[in-house]
Write a protein that binds this ligand. Structure first.
Ligand code: HEM
Length: 502
């Protein structure tokens, strides 16, 4: 997709938070200035309302209602296995209505409804109940805030995820994965998810704080792992769970305190130094909008925690699933290895030339299609509104099942098959059917960052190692906030090249 095409400018215009529901051809907004050089690695998220309307107008949407228990509604099957409940019920209808603890929930996976909720009628939907429950811990960072605060923060933060900034981060990413691979040996069996968590955690720490001394990094890393590893309980039981004298809640509280203290200390120390532009913390601290708005220390702390929350595990999961898929598909792995090797043999460097790796990019996109780390997105209606032929009452919870959307045979032929070819020299998928990073004004601010981190990470690993599956069975996954493997994914590393280049 050309960045200045009408489609693309519609995306950008839609993100500017305008109240109009009509598509606009305004040129690229300051919010999402997708850099030209990165266009080829972005997930194809074609967006043209008129095109989408035309293509889908002849298909009436179907709706069903799930019967549940009094008051509990569908809470029990939902807590047992939400993903199965979602995918099974969405097989029979485009929309599923259910009750959960007395609330109405509308489950969606049709692109037409998704467009309504996330773009056309976006002002009629607010943050989801689950996200709002995180506010006492993570404050009013970008993910959990809304309205004017969100708009101000988004425009302040967005430039730091644009082209120039990303180029700086590429070198950090490459350095980080190279350092990590220095600890891997030929024939070793790698537990992939924790290894990728280490990679993305070190990247986000390095990008935010520069290269802190190893001890601080380690302490911060452990706190991040504890806090974000136990978010599930947090969301369910907050604030009760935190007050109970369990070992897990105690260590969780301690980790939150460490994280909080480390971030506040880093902010405090920096306030006494002149601006250096050396890392993201420094840039954010001194950023201001055209009308002079700057962030308070409290807001800065919330944004940094939010980046950990939103950008650490998600990116690690994308990479974990990509490596798993490559181990299952040696022929595709070979293609990736060949293109990376060719680039390096021609004197290219991964940090500078990662946009020139179509197979690696396609593998990342396809992994995010099959295993979207954010497999479900939520909103809550803040007004009485409607979807085509369906009323939506104020207060209705909306859940969008991205997993089902990505595996719907109407949009993806042979939807459960790993086929990176879909993303190479093929027309982009139908509008609003590929949403690993969401869409509309609340689209992931870190999407380019995450794509770059994934491509550089994957390419670096495959420039040196072949990965082999150690188990035949496909791993099961647990779908709570993110789509995680239920049991470890262990891959055998076969070193074929030393890591002195690239
Ligand atoms: C593969 C990796 C990632 C995936 C799959 C992912 C996915 C998403 C999705 C689906 C949303 C939109 C949620 C919604 O509309 O309700 C989102 C929002 C967000 N993401 Fe990401 N993300 C990833 C990486 C990152 C990274 C690396 C960062 C930061 C460094 C980040 C920061 C954020 C923030 C701050 C938001 C909230 C944006 C807003 O509401 O304005 N994400 N992400």
């Amino acid at each position: 997709m050309e960045p200045n095409s009408p489609r693309c400018s519609s995306i950008h215009a839609s993100m500017a938070g305008s109240r109009s529901t009509a598509p606009s051809n305004r040129s690229i907004s300051a919010f999402i200035a997708a850099p030209f050089a990165f266009a080829s690695i972005l997930p194809a998220i074609p967006y043209s309302i008129s095109e989408a309307r035309h293509a889908m107008s002849d298909m009436p949407l179907t709706e069903t209602t799930l019967k549940g228990l009094p008051f509990l509604g569908s809470a029990i099957p939902l807590s047992r296995d939400a993903l199965s409940l979602f995918t099974t019920s969405l097989q029979d209808a485009d929309r599923v209505r259910m009750r959960v603890f007395g609330r109405t929930v509308l489950l969606l996976s049709h692109p037409q409804d998704i467009e309504e909720v996330l773009v056309r009628r976006r002002d009629e939907y607010g943050r989801s109940a689950e996200i709002l429950k995180l506010q006492p811990i993570f404050g009013k960072g970008l993910l959990a805030s809304d309205g004017d605060l969100w708009r101000k923060q988004r425009s302040l933060l967005q430039p730091n995820f644009g082209h120039a900034a990303l180029k700086e981060y590429a070198a950090q990413m490459h350095k980080t994965i190279a350092r990590l691979m220095g600890t891997w040996n030929d024939d070793a069996v790698l537990d992939v998810h924790p290894a990728m968590m280490q990679y993305t955690r070190e990247v986000i720490c390095a990008v935010l704080f520069g290269d802190p001394v190893a001890g601080e990094q380690q302490q911060l890393g452990e706190a991040v792992t504890t806090v974000f590893g136990d978010l599930r309980s947090e969301i369910l039981y907050l604030p009760l769970w935190r007050r109970l004298p369990f070992k897990r809640s105690r260590s969780w509280n301690q980790a939150v305190a460490v994280l909080d203290r480390s971030i506040r200390t880093a902010i405090g120390q920096r306030r006494n130094l002149p601006p250096s532009g050396s890392d993201l913390l420094d840039l954010l601290m001194h950023a201001s909008t055209a009308d002079g708005y700057t962030m308070s220390d409290e807001q800065l702390r919330d944004e940094i925690l939010t980046f950990f929350l939103a950008g650490h595990e998600t990116a690690a999961l994308g990479l974990t699933w990509a490596l798993h898929l490559l181990a299952q598909h040696p022929a595709v792995q070979q293609k990736v290895t060949e293109e990376v090797t060719a680039l390096l043999n021609d004197g290219g460097s991964l940090a500078e030339s990662f946009t020139k790796l179509p197979w690696t990019t396609a593998v990342v996109k396809e992994a995010l299609r099959l295993y979207p780390p954010v497999w479900s997105m939520g909103r809550r209606a803040v007004a009485n509104t409607e979807l085509e032929s369906a009323p939506v009452e104020n207060g209705t919870d909306i859940w969008i099942c991205v997993y089902r959307l990505h595996r719907d045979p109407r949009w993806y032929p042979d939807p459960h098959t790993f086929e990176p070819e879909r993303w190479i020299d093929a027309p982009p998928p139908r509008s609003f059917t590929y949403l690993p990073f969401g869409i509309g004004p609340r689209v992931c601010i870190g999407q380019h960052f995450a794509m770059m981190e994934s491509i550089i990470g994957l390419a670096a690993i495959l420039s040196r190692f072949r990965v082999e599956a150690t188990a035949k069975a496909a791993p099961e996954f647990s779908a709570w906030i993110t789509l995680r493997p239920k049991t470890p994914i262990r891959l055998r590393l076969r070193e074929f090249r030393d890591n002195t280049r690239g």
